[in-house]
Design a binder for this molecule. Structure first.
Ligand code: IMP
Length: 423
């Protein structure tokens, strides 16, 4: 058995798409277990670039089974749009399966997401505006609509009417907005439901059958550890558990079925949205990383904030995910820098701390303590053998391994599928 999880160890956008795509090659089934179309995975195959939001990266391999688990929240309109885009480019969707118990993003979830961000003003979260938070809120508040409900028009209408009895009060009385009508939404969603219906199944059962047939299952993380509702920089987080624990509840499998947890870490750090970021670089090096690394959100196009690598974050991710190895991405972006800094501690009110703090107000007072390493000039995109990396690049990697005590087994040296080193 070799079932693996790929997890983002930072604030998302670590380059998981490429790593998943590389590893998906050796898997039979690829599973998304959480988040929604707030995620954006870029995969480059040959000269073609694919931007995936909801559909697992394994879809680019025709023989693989792709699963969207119950932990994912699905916007039917966005989902069908993504499916059509792939179909037009000759990608088969025959082996795409969607959990019958996944919750659905409704038009009023997107509306509430915007209204609440606007209400918060300067204190906003900086969400992607896709309705993710309100959809998960309804799930937990036990008034959500699930995929299985959409398949029966009467049930969909009944459940929606119940939910709207609450949501329309919120829209009208809290936000001074217009109420929404159940009939309109039911009709608006029908063409999407017709498309999705064929793909809906009991995906927990599908995974169990795959396991019995000794198939390799690969769980594709979205977002990152610091966006986790429990382990992230709360409240500047997403509304799900993108950490390894989320795999079991979000895919309907038990922890005994997982063999490896691969943490994806970018060789520097980025963040979109609001919230503290101790190693953020608001200077020309930050600008250089953003331009060279094309650090603009796949989902929203927002420029990403850039900074130095933070070892405290990786250690935190190592612990909460039980990482067994690291994939270090975008090392090539650091080429040409005279020196590179690694944050190995924080100074908080005069005291040196070595663990990532739980409270964002504390984090915003933390000053990074750096270790400075020499950089390298060589272009490393064509390097495939670890020993052919410049000595200073190896030194940087080995120092991270030493500090976090996890092996770095994959190193990204460029955006293309083949631009990587496996150790
Ligand atoms: P939401 O998930 O749209 O509610 O946004 C909450 C926070 O998570 C915001 O800071 C978003 O920018 C961030 N976020 C959500 N999904 C991703 C992702 O896939 N990559 C990076 N940031 C994300």
């Amino acid at each position: 058995m070799s079932n693996k999880i790929v997890i983002g160890t930072q604030w998302g956008d670590e380059g998981k798409g490429k790593i998943t795509d590389m590893l998906a090659e050796t898997a039979d089934v690829i599973v998304r277990f959480g988040g929604g179309n707030n995620a954006g995975h870029t995969v480059i195959v040959g000269d073609e670039k694919f931007e995936l939001h909801l559909i697992p990266s394994g879809i680019l391999y025709p023989e693989k089974v792709n699963v969207i688990g119950n932990g994912v929240v699905i916007d039917p309109e966005a989902m069908v749009e993504e499916m059509q885009g792939l179909r037009e480019r000759g990608i088969s969707l025959d082996k795409l399966f969607i959990s019958e118990t996944a919750h659905i993003i409704m038009p009023y979830h997107r509306l509430l997401d915007h209204l609440e961000e606007k209400r918060k003003g300067a204190g906003k979260i900086g969400t992607t505006g896709k309705g993710i938070g309100p959809a998960y809120t309804d799930k937990v508040a036990r008034r959500g609509i699930r995929m299985i409900d959409l398949l029966d028009k009467d049930r969909f209408y009944r459940k929606l009417t119940d939910t709207l009895a609450y949501q329309n009060l919120v829209l009208e009385r809290v936000y001074n907005s217009e109420p929404v009508q159940a009939e309109e939404i039911v009709e608006q969603y029908q063409p999407y439901i017709d498309e999705l219906r064929l793909h809906v199944t009991n995906t927990s059962l599908l995974l169990e059958e795959a396991r019995e047939e000794r198939k390799k299952i690969f769980f594709e993380g979205a977002q990152g550890t610091l966006l986790d509702i429990d382990y992230g920089t709360y409240p500047f987080v997403t509304s799900s558990n993108p950490t390894a624990g989320g795999v079991c509840t979000g895919a309907g499998i038990g922890p005994t079925r997982i063999d490896d947890v691969i943490g994806v870490a970018k060789a520097y750090l980025t963040r979109v949205g609001e919230g503290p970021f101790p190693t953020e670089l608001q200077d020309e090096i930050g600008e250089l990383l953003r331009e060279k690394g094309h650090e603009y959100g796949v989902t929203t196009g927002r420029p990403r904030r850039c900074g130095w690598f933070d070892v405290l974050i990786l250690r935190h991710a190592f612990r909460v995910n039980g990482l067994t190895e690291i994939a270090l991405t975008k090392l090539d972006v650091l080429s040409g820098l005279e020196e590179i800094k690694l944050c190995t501690g924080y100074r908080y009110r005069g005291e040196l701390i070595k663990e990532f703090p739980a409270e964002v107000e504390h984090l915003s007072e933390c000053e990074p303590v750096y270790e400075t390493l020499p950089g390298w000039d060589e272009d490393i995109t064509s390097v495939r053998d670890y020993n052919n990396l410049p000595e200073n690049a190896r030194r940087y990697i080995e120092r991270i391994e030493e500090l976090v005590k996890v092996p770095v087994k994959i190193i990204g040296t460029g955006p293309k599928r083949e631009e990587a080193i496996r150790r």
